[in-house]
Design a protein around this ligand. Sequence first.
Ligand SMILES: *Cc1c(COP(=O)(O)O)cnc(C)c1O
Length: 410
Amino acid sequence: MIPRFKPRLGWEEFKALFRRNSGAVEEFENRFAEEFHGAAAVSFPYGRSALWAFFKALEINEAEVVMPAYSCNVVAHAIVLSGNIPRFIDIGGSDYNFDLERLPTAINENTRAVIATHIFGYPMDLDRLESIVAEAEDRIGHKIWLIQDCAHSFEASWKGRPVTTSGDAALFGLNIGKMITSIYGGMMTFKDSNVARKVMEWRNQNFRKPSRTKAIKRRIFLICTYLAFSRALYWLVWLLSEKTKLLHSISDAYHLDGKIHFPPDFQDLMLKVEAAVGLKQLDKYREIVEDRRANASWYFEHLAGYDDFVIPPKVEGATYSQFVLRSKDRKKIMTSAARKSVQLGMILEYSIPHLACYERFKDGEHPNSLATSLESINLPVYFERGRLRERNLLRVLRALQRCNTTTSEK
Ligand SMILES: *Cc1c(COP(=O)(O)O)cnc(C)c1O
């Protein structure tokens, strides 16, 4: 079975589980800030905790925060749970990101922040984004915080400029489904080191030291991840997740259970062991992005001419953390691919304002977000360079071909 995603974990990360790792958290923050062009970085147990703490530390309360309708719902959770109001913007035409045309009218006197999400690794137009926010600040007469949500993109770039360099802060998610992982974990980088200090001080006063049990559980979780993604066992994981509810608590229920709430440990400090694993992953980051770009290019080249699904946009500077097709026959394509031992995924199968718990914040129809949530299929795009790469890509292609009846032979 080819898994729909796979963390790139090796011997180095494994060894980090058994060290003392003293000072690893500070080292991870420093290296992270360096790597992603921040003046400083502050670590958290989840990406959502970072955003929540940012609003708390800066006393942003009862304000509107603009964000995409099509994104991870934990971002909206962070806005609501910090006492603020999410204001959703629909996807535009050319990629999966929110429509910048709609941004000026979404900002009003009550807006204190804009979250620009570079979804699936697609960079937003930073020039337009920044000028819209600056104009709105002039019009309204107060600061609007611009936060780059890089949980998907990491360092995508717009016209050669990394998205992490735009705005006041950049948010990263580090769970095992992300580009690089620290088991769980989140990070925020800042343009201004004074703001970073403020958020860090607030965190230190309000977050607690994680329990020893949690440190052990996280180690066990990572060891299970190694096993689960091993070639011998992945079919079993697939079977359990398809046919039973056994793995539900670490997949869907992780963030999608119909309620606006956070996990009980969301106010823990990052564990040393998490940071130690994250440091090893950071070493691989550039290589991982290069491989994803190469795999995406391969798909672009070989998927042209299919009419069962829509091919994603090809964008300069995208990191392709996900390679997302669209089809009205999603179910059929996924089932047929699984029969050929290729697992396809639905990375974001909901539109946030259409979730029952966000009903009260829904202030528009957001049709593109809804349609995309019902049609998106993500292909495995993590393959490492080397002998097996082409073979794996071909297997994915064949799995798609089988269900594609109208394609001309290539
Ligand atoms: C994963 C993710 C986050 C952060 O998620 P956590 O699970 O809280 O670390 C934020 N934004 C987007 C778009 C994401 O996909």
